[in-house]
Unconditional design. Structure first.
Length: 156
């Protein structure tokens, strides 16, 4: 009787270990899938932002004027268009930053997927960011200040 009880315990123990191994495997696979979906979503966001500029002549004109190094040439309409666009860009950038903090994407992915894009080197961005910085969480604002802003083009 003792032998049968020991055999049942051993089989039960092996079953528990096999179940735990299966759960660990499934969690690992799910983590990979989530990372892949996140990277796909980030790439789609970047493409959407780019295509918006391509398809919207007013935004293209505002970006061009804002990039010329002297945002004083921008009209109120240009400033409004670019301000709203930057609001969206910064929310996408904050999302990338949060995904990085969670470990879903690495630092290399953060930069490759738009974290160091030309849009942050735009002269208008230098003027716009200090006015809206308070609207963002402090840790993200610090990231912008210490990582994105230093990469801007020098004043002409």
């Amino acid at each position: 009787m003792k032998m049968k009880s020991g055999l049942r315990d051993t089989i039960g123990f092996i079953g528990v270990i096999a179940s735990l191994a299966l759960v660990a495997y499934e969690v690992r696979q799910n983590t990979k899938a989530v990372r892949g979906q996140t990277l796909q979503s980030i790439a789609e966001q970047a493409a959407e932002i780019s295509f918006l500029g391509v398809n919207n002549p007013d935004l293209r004109a505002a970006l061009t004027k804002g990039s010329d190094g002297d945002p004083s040439d921008m009209t109120p309409s240009d400033r409004s268009i670019l301000g709203w666009w930057y609001s969206g860009v910064m929310r996408v950038t904050e999302n990338r930053f949060r995904q990085y903090q969670l470990g879903v994407v690495g630092q290399a992915s953060l930069g490759q997927l738009g974290g160091y894009a030309m849009v942050f080197r735009n002269a208008y961005f230098k003027e716009w960011w200090p006015r809206v910085r308070y609207q963002f969480p402090e840790d993200f604002a610090q990231y912008v200040d210490t990582t994105l802003i230093p990469l801007q083009l020098p004043d002409r």
